[in-house]
Write a protein that binds this ligand. Structure first.
Ligand code: GUN
Length: 280
């Protein structure tokens, strides 16, 4: 029997819990989101983040920049937000316009307000297993979803496909922390199906529609699909060919309704956590 990892349901529970905790706070947590890109998908993501932040009772501040913006203007805004006591979480939606410097902009965020966990200090803390750091939202949401279904990762052979700073690398770090044996595959990996066929758990984050077919997966594997792609018919599909792979998997995320809602829930959770830490 295949079990669907219902991200919508898990995220709903997390969000209800955040709402309850927020209702008891003296002041509202504040989340600032910066968008410097014309990518239609990024605009939708930012709109969803704003809507969900308001829904749980946070203050949401969205800053949109056009293509004439330079690094300095964005860094200037971030410096102001770093000092703003109404803001506890700062998120720079990626990717940025190609002329902008992702590293300079991310590094200007106060690590204590880095709600994505993308600042090098937080990346370092995560990889060293040091004290608290905000954990990148998509990998955090995936670990939470697996735990909600009592899936143990200890000793599991995990294959992450994709080596981005947003998903692949932090995902590998978190899986390692859970004592999985981790392989990171990517666009230059040879014989990908041979590697994925040995996996107990596959986490695919490539953005390549239906890359993962039935022949990539061993019977009983756990399959997590991070891809969100609009196909020619305007339908949202993932990296995983769900109709084929779900016949072999023990657990599988649907797309939509799997990883996406967990990413948003993790963002809200990180914002609340940074808010609570700012009071300490
Ligand atoms: N672009 C795609 N996913 C993410 C994310 O989790 N955070 C940010 N900042 N940008 C993204």
């Amino acid at each position: 029997m295949t079990i669907i990892l219902d991200g919508k349901k898990s995220a709903h529970l997390i969000i209800e819990n955040i709402k309850k905790k927020t209702a008891n706070l003296k002041e509202k947590p504040g989340l600032a989101v910066i968008l410097a890109n014309n990518n239609p998908a990024s605009r939708i993501y930012v709109g969803t983040k704003e809507k969900k932040a308001k829904e749980v009772g946070f203050n949401s501040y969205v800053y949109k920049f056009d293509e004439n913006t330079g690094n300095e203007q964005i860094i200037e805004l971030i410096k102001k937000l770093n000092e703003d006591s109404k803001v506890q979480g700062i998120l720079v939606q990626l990717p940025l316009f190609s002329h902008l410097s992702e590293s300079k902009i991310i590094e200007s965020i106060d690590p204590k307000k880095d709600v994505d966990g993308f600042h090098p200090i937080n990346v370092g803390k995560l990889n060293l297993g040091l004290d608290f750091c905000p954990i990148p939202c998509t990998p955090k949401g995936i670990i939470r979803l697996l735990k909600d279904y009592q899936i143990s990762l200890e000793g599991k052979n995990a294959v992450v496909i994709g080596r981005s700073n947003i998903v692949g690398k932090p995902m590998a770090a978190l899986l390692l922390k859970e004592s999985a044996t981790v392989t990171i595959a990517h666009s230059k990996t040879k014989d990908l199906p041979i590697i994925t066929k040995k996996a107990d758990i596959i986490i695919s984050a490539t953005g390549i529609p239906h890359l993962i077919k039935e022949n990539f997966v061993q019977t009983g594997a756990i399959v997590v699909d991070v891809g969100i792609i609009k196909n020619k018919e305007g339908k949202i599909i993932g990296d995983v060919d769900f109709s084929e792979v779900s016949k072999k998997a023990s657990y599988i995320t649907p797309t939509p309704g799997g990883v996406g809602p967990m990413t948003i829930a993790s963002l809200l959770d990180n914002t609340l956590e940074l808010y609570l830490r700012s009071l300490e």
